[in-house]
Design a protein around this ligand. Structure first.
Ligand SMILES: *Cc1c(COP(=O)(O)O)cnc(C)c1O
Length: 388
């Protein structure tokens, strides 16, 4: 089956739900058992079926099965947010004394988790240049290294690591490969095909797709699946059934929405590249992206998030640009149908590499509006900036 067909049918079982197309949302904590025998059987294997609200409800299993099928993973585990998915994934592989290798361009809160939660527990994290080669990465491996954590393209700066080459090194050292795959979604980067053992998604972004729920999902190979599922339940990071429903509903139209984000982001990037005052545009699908060839090799598409950098600009000029845009909102998160723009400071969350911050960096999320309207909005902003 082709992806579009899978998107419509994966995980569904209408015959088990009175023929209705979509699954019911059970609001559940307690699950009742008819007999002591059944209660004991369920307790003996609490992940085999419906056991307790925290361990999952039917809509969750449909969502997880659909996401796993789309990325070609053994199984998926839903969590209450993208950050919970990162937390669960990391906790499923570390122990006291462990060493974790994390790419320098990861989502800021991933680094905070490593520093504020893992380090006090005796798990040390070392950060490396996301463009590191396999031999240099091998030199960072120690007896204690248990996880390699990648994110490509990286948050804010969009470097693309050579994931298959780095994964090979990790596997040769018995190290698990984790990747935050939120930008590409299961549609545009299939982690298992590129050596990723645990592919993490902030479903809050494109899977939910409408900026109305927090949700995470972790795609796992067979070896990591039960450890991840148990870690989710041990931490109590289960997702609410209504939010999972929104994730499942969003998934059904993902294949229609992503090309719109991709097209609009590329049009905006191309337009921005022509503007005086813009020194560079960083979009993996543009030929001038430094790792464009890796994007072409490993990714099946691009989504709506990219960055551009301005020439040195006063704060008044920057606010003249961003404060009065009519269509672009300013706020955290992304992946909804609406366009966003956000001044970002990558050097606040980097230690292994330095980002050229001679001028402001703007992160842009291209929504699904008409791109000519978006360009007109930005054009008015750039005029205000020139006048300021
Ligand atoms: C937003 C985001 C997350 C965290 O997701 P939440 O649902 O907001 O917790 C993780 N990784 C990346 C790359 C993100 O953009």
């Amino acid at each position: 089956m082709k992806t579009a067909t899978r998107l419509a049918h994966a995980g569904r079982d209408p015959s088990s739900q009175h023929g209705m197309v979509n699954p019911p949302v059970y609001h559940a904590s307690t699950v009742l058992f008819d007999s002591l025998d059944q209660l004991e059987a369920s307790s003996a294997d609490p992940f085999a079926g419906i056991h307790y609200g925290r361990n999952g409800t039917p809509v969750q299993f449909q969502f997880e099965n659909a996401v796993a099928e789309l990325e070609g993973a053994y199984g998926a585990v839903a969590t209450c947010s993208g950050l919970a998915a990162i937390t669960v994934a990391l906790f499923s592989v570390v122990e006291a004394g462990a060493h974790v290798l994390v790419a320098d361009n990861v989502y800021g809160p991933t680094r905070k988790l490593c520093e504020s939660v893992l380090r006090p527990l005796g798990v040390t994290t070392e950060y490396f240049d996301p463009l590191i080669g396999p031999d240099a990465l091998a030199a960072h491996m120690t007896e204690q290294t248990c996880a390699l954590f990648l994110e490509a393209p990286g948050s804010l700066t969009f470097e693309i690591s050579d994931i298959p080459a780095l994964a090979d090194v990790a596997h040769a050292h018995g190290v698990s490969v984790l990747a935050d795959n939120t930008w590409a979604t299961p549609l545009y980067f299939r982690g298992p095909d590129h050596g990723v053992d645990i592919s993490i998604h902030a479903a809050t972004k494109y899977l939910v797709g409408h900026a109305d729920a927090m949700l995470g999902v972790i795609n796992c190979d067979e070896a990591h699946y039960m450890p991840v599922r148990r870690t989710m339940a041990l931490h109590g990071y289960c997702a609410g059934p209504d939010d999972i429903y929104l994730g499942l509903r969003g998934l059904r139209t993902l294949g229609q929405r992503l090309p719109g984000h991709w097209q609009n982001s590329l049009r905006l990037a191309d337009w921005l590249a022509e503007q005086p005052g813009v020194t560079r545009v960083i979009h993996p699908a543009r030929a001038d992206h430094p790792q464009h060839a890796l994007w072409q090799r490993d990714f099946a598409g691009a989504t709506g998030l990219f960055a551009c950098q301005l020439a040195p600009t006063s704060r008044d000029q920057l606010t003249a640009l961003v404060d009065h845009l009519e269509l672009f909102g300013m706020g955290f998160s992304w992946g909804g149908y609406e366009s966003l723009i956000l001044p970002v400071t990558p050097n606040d969350t980097r230690t292994a590499t330095a980002w050229d911050d001679s001028g402001p960096t703007l992160r842009v999320h291209a929504g699904l509006e008409d791109v000519d309207d978006l360009i007109a909005d930005l054009a008015a902003g750039f005029e205000r900036m020139q006048r300021a």
